[in-house]
Ligand binder design. Structure first.
Ligand code: NDP
Length: 327
């Protein structure tokens, strides 16, 4: 059955003004695919990188990596989903900023009744990211200390609560005192306003000069150097984003000079490329939410046709928690 769906598409890289809404044809799912009608779509910083050109994509390009809705049709060979079922996903290929789409089924997950579409669209990509950062990137034990930048953001507020639920001390950073209070209310043991305070010095004070076991840094250019200076010898730097711009080339020798530091640059998409792993990660996240260990903050909602305003707010650091688009 041929139908169309309003979809956010870019034909060139640039600012939020390049975002356009178009009617795009969608057909029936092929083998291994589903057609899903979205009730809510998630906004993520990766969408900004793709729009601006920091992450180059073939053009024209439909944006969006995360959504929740109802399965309308199931292609041959798909056994974990049925027509009429509630579902949610964080996955490529992008195209989630839309009313509906046909996509590969492997990373689409059955959604428990207790979790609303809005909440699911706000947490799949960000929550599964926290799952792999805390469980799959480096061994973290109860009592370890992590420095987590942008702790009041979408990934950040989930990380604060996740850390608390696992007995990990999280030192957050955020751009305003209000954001710091929010991060602490959500489980950060400390939070440093890194626009008014020197976070390296504050981390040294908080840890009695020892430093932290792990840094989770999604800010990139502005914080990378300082983050390394917060680590204990043998500590692990997890560089997982570049909200302030990409990290400059690294001289590996300086890792030795600073005490045999380790460094990794992971992405969610490696982890969820395996169907079974992806489904297990989603179930773990759903368990945290259903068990009330993690509350999802849907702090901003925009109609799909105001997607440019949503991007402006995210880039201007005006948001907290998650932002969703309503088709
Ligand atoms: P956030 O809601 O955290 O928004 C980004 C935040 O970064 C801002 O609110 C702001 O918080 C902070 N920031 C600091 N400097 C800047 C700057 N120059 N411009 C804009 N923001 C800045 O976004 P998300 O939750 O969507 O993503 C958080 C980060 O995690 C992103 O960098 C994203 O790319 C990364 N990520 C990586 C994944 C991976 O697997 N590698 C997967 C998912 C996300 P403040 O005002 O408090 O400084």
């Amino acid at each position: 059955m041929q139908q169309t769906a309003r979809t956010v598409v870019i034909h060139e890289n640039g600012g939020p003004e390049v975002l356009r809404i178009e009617d795009r044809p969608i057909g029936d799912p092929g083998p291994g695919e589903v057609r899903i009608r979205h009730h809510a779509c998630g906004l993520n910083f990766i969408d900004v990188y793709q729009r601006s050109g920091l992450y180059p994509m073939d053009l024209p390009h439909a944006l969006g990596m995360e959504a929740a809705g109802v399965i309308e049709a199931v292609g041959e060979g798909v056994t974990h989903l049925t027509s009429g079922q509630r579902a949610a996903y964080a996955a490529g290929p992008s195209g989630a900023y839309s009313e509906a789409r046909v996509m590969p089924a492997a990373q689409v997950c059955p959604l428990p009744e207790s979790i609303s579409f809005r909440m699911a669209a706000a947490m799949m990509l960000k929550g599964m990211t926290v799952e792999y950062l805390f469980n799959r990137t480096t061994p973290l034990r109860r009592g370890d200390t992590v420095l987590f930048h942008a702790a009041a953001g979408g990934v950040g507020l989930i990380a604060c609560q996740w850390a608390k639920s696992e007995g990990i001390t999280l030192i957050g950073t955020a751009g305003t005192d209000e954001k710091c209070s929010l991060a602490q209310f959500n489980g950060a043991t400390h939070c440093i306003n890194y626009r008014t305070e020197d976070f390296v010095q504050r981390v040294a004070e908080i840890t009695g000069g020892k430093g932290v076991d792990v840094v989770m840094d999604s800010i990139g250019a502005d914080t990378f150097e300082g983050s390394l200076n917060c680590l204990k010898p043998l500590g692990m730097m997890i560089s997982f984003g570049n909200a302030s711009g990409p990290v400059p080339p690294v001289d590996l020798g300086m890792l030795a000079q600073r005490g045999s530091l380790k460094i990794t640059r992971p992405t969610l998409f490696t982890h969820i490329s395996d169907h079974a792993v992806c489904q297990a990660m989603a179930r773990r996240l759903f368990g945290k939410v259903e068990g009330r260990e993690v509350k999802i903050h849907v702090d901003q909602e925009f109609p799909l046709d105001q997607v440019a305003d949503a991007h402006r707010a995210l880039e201007a650091r005006q948001t907290t928690g998650s932002t969703i688009l309503l088709p």
